[in-house]
Design a protein around this ligand. Structure first.
Ligand code: NAD
Length: 367
């Protein structure tokens, strides 16, 4: 679905191809044994769609603290392909019915939920009940109530819950956090961010029941996140306006586009834009002593940045590999998870406030 990083996609695909060998059951079991013996944690991916196959599985060939140990899929052909491609033993392949049996599998320490948004809650809760730590893709869930249940289930099972916010591991975004939070160019006055692409009909993203909303849930969440991590603050209130529906059939249940304005502490104004029928990929900060920005801002790679002192320049990284390694390290070293369920819940509160402001036409206070 996403096409955010042609360069790294083809690089990953190339390296995968170069190192590709078709594993048999014995070599797969031997691979598991070696990976575990090296101290790495095993991850099982649930839902082998675009993001899991295009980004996460290739990233797991580059991780140092975790590895691809298992898969959960409802499609036997996918199971067969992944088994051979990544060396996954038969005993580590599950479908949605046998999912709970993962509890008996010591190869798997972490379950990574990469399903449509409305399915996150059920599978995070079942993963915790199976005694596994969990990473959940964004948005964490489609309601705050679901987030509460997910957090409670992980607490009850004494398991960690993290959210797949990959940009916290990207050097360009880390630089924006440094500039903003340390006020390197003075106090921030205004911010703007936009993330939009064209989404076609026939996919769950355009179905409110499965996605929880439209582009705001999928893309606008990146702008919401950026406003928070660049300022290190939380929004106080929001106003929002739904864009015109030029394709009411395609956008029968969700917004086509949406603009919102956060009021942040210190008088900072932050305006976000998201759409499924447009193209936008920017993050801009106006501070007292200059402007700093990213464009494209939210890609898997190829991000570009500019500030009052010129262009930013950072080496390419694999965001997803860093993100999963960091989660694994937090388990290994028993330290708090950097992007926890509480942050995912917080963002769902903000997304719901934006929708409330959009529907009511009123300013909504965020608590
Ligand atoms: P996708 O449609 O490509 O994949 C979804 C997978 O879920 C498919 O393998 C599908 O077979 C499976 N599935 C199981 N039950 C299903 C059902 N009842 N209906 C539909 N699909 C079902 O989606 P995706 O792009 O991989 O997105 C999955 C999740 O990952 C979403 O929550 C999305 O927001 C998130 N995501 C995050 C990023 C990121 O950069 N962090 C990027 C893309 C997607």
């Amino acid at each position: 679905m996403y096409d955010l990083g042609i360069a790294s996609l083809s690089l990953s695909a190339l390296s995968l191809f170069a190192g590709f060998k078709s594993h048999d059951e014995n070599s797969s079991k031997e691979r598991m044994r070696k990976e575990k013996a090296s101290g790495k944690l095993g991850i099982a991916l649930v839902g082998l769609g675009g993001y899991a196959s295009g980004q996460l599985a290739p990233a797991l060939t580059e991780t140092s603290n975790c590895f691809l140990a298992g898969i959960v899929t409802g499609t036997p052909e996918k199971a067969e392909k992944w088994k051979k491609q990544y060396g996954i033993p038969e005993s580590n392949i599950y479908d949605y019915k046998s999912f709970d049996q993962i509890k008996n599998n010591p190869d798997i320490d972490i379950i990574y939920v990469v399903l449509p948004n409305s399915m996150h809650a059920e599978y995070v809760i079942r993963a915790a009940e199976a005694g596994k730590h969990v990473i959940c893709e964004k948005p964490m869930a489609i309601t705050v109530d679901e987030c509460d249940k997910m957090i409670a289930a992980c607490k009850k099972a004494d398991r960690k819950l993290g959210v797949g916010y990959r940009l916290h591991h990207d050097p360009y975004h880390l630089e924006m956090m440094r500039l903003g939070q340390q006020k390197i160019h003075g106090n921030i006055k205004t911010m703007s961010a936009g993330f939009a692409f064209n989404a076609q009909k026939g996919i769950w993203r355009l179905d409110k029941t499965m996605a929880g909303g439209g582009p705001l849930m999928d893309l606008g969440i990146y702008c919401v996140q950026a406003f928070c991590y660049v300022t290190g603050q939380s929004p106080i209130s929001v106003t929002a306006q739904e864009g015109q529906k030029t394709d009411p059939e395609r956008f029968a249940t969700v917004e086509q586009s949406l603009t919102w304005q956060f009021e942040m502490p210190g008088g900072i104004k932050a305006e976000g834009f998201t759409s499924y029928a447009d193209s936008r990929n920017t993050l801009k900060v106006e501070a007292e002593r200059g402007v700093y920005e990213l464009a494209p801002a939210f890609n898997y790679n190829g991000i570009r940045g500019n500030g009052p002192e010129g262009k930013f320049s950072f080496p390419a990284v694999n965001q997803q590999a860093r993100q999963m390694d960091d989660f694994a390290l937090s388990l290994i070293h028993k330290r708090p998870v950097r992007l926890p369920g509480e942050m995912g819940r917080r963002d769902v509160v903000y997304l719901q406030a934006i929708y409330q402001a959009m529907r009511s036409g009123q300013k909504v206070l965020i608590r």
